[in-house]
Design a protein around this ligand. Structure first.
Ligand code: PGA
Length: 244
């Protein structure tokens, strides 16, 4: 299904500017000695988009943000609009990450609006979906995924990605079995299709490391990986990139 595979680094709120520049200088060296072309997207925090942006073009990676506002502009203190993110050079934006849903109580309504904002300014949204441990225990994962994907209703994006991230796998070292990922990705693909949307990729995320990444990437239903913890270290992330 997906021949082109992507590696996304989601740095969350983990790096100060010195850590970002340190990562980039090391990563640049590693990339320089690697002739193959990879599809890499780095997602620093909003305040670091500006310092990473000029390097993106030179170093064969793209820039992504971790979130955007649900409104276009105006009195939304602390928010960062999709247009601001696009203007600074990002091409991607994560939307509906489980940490946003959990800590900021993001609703489907807000997530739908964020998707609309991203699409309006030609950002490629990466809609994150995934069930909690509790959902899984009560066999409700498909119901939850259906509900989370219902935000796609009425959208007509030029480009969009979905990231399947089981909440219980994020930052825990636990991962679903490869056949479970394959089944879930296949189901997600068919649900997305029912909205007449063709995603650029369906990514897997949740405790991806250089040790397990190849198993996921080997699946045709997996269009890449969204990596948190293992993307913080340039050597480790580079190993993941090499598996693409
Ligand atoms: P993790 O995070 O790789 O640390 O599990 C993934 C994510 O939250 O995107």
């Amino acid at each position: 299904m997906f021949k082109k595979k992507y590696a996304f680094a989601n740095w969350k709120m983990s790096k100060l500017e010195t850590d970002v520049t340190h990562f980039l200088s090391k990563f640049e060296l590693l990339m320089r000695n690697d002739s193959s072309s990879h599809h890499i997207v780095l997602c620093p925090s909003h305040v670091h988009l500006g310092c990473v942006s000029p390097l993106a073009a030179q170093n064969q990676f793209k820039l992504g943000a971790q979130d955007c506002a649900f409104a276009e502009k105006g009195a939304y203190t602390g928010d960062v609009s999709a247009a601001m993110i696009r203007e600074i050079g990002a091409e991607y934006v994560l939307i509906g990450h489980s940490e946003r849903r959990h800590h900021h109580h993001e609703t489907n309504h807000q997530i739908n609006k964020k998707l609309q904002e991203a699409i309006k300014v030609n950002l490629c949204p990466v809609l994150c979906v995934g069930e909690t441990a509790e959902d899984k225990k009560s066999n409700r994962e498909m119901e939850v995924i259906h509900h989370q994907l219902s935000v796609l209703e009425g959208l007509n994006p030029d480009a969009i990605m979905i990231a399947y991230e089981p909440v219980w796998a994020i930052g825990t070292g636990l991962v679903p079995r490869v056949d479970e990922v394959d089944l879930m990705h296949t189901k997600i693909a068919s649900i997305v299709k029912s909205y007449h949307i063709k995603p650029k990729a369906i990514l897997y995320g949740g405790s991806v490391t250089s040790d397990n990444v190849s198993e996921f990437l080997a699946l045709e239903s997996v269009g890449g990986v969204l990596v948190g913890g293992a993307s913080l270290d340039p050597d480790h992330f580079f190993k993941i990139v090499q598996a693409l």
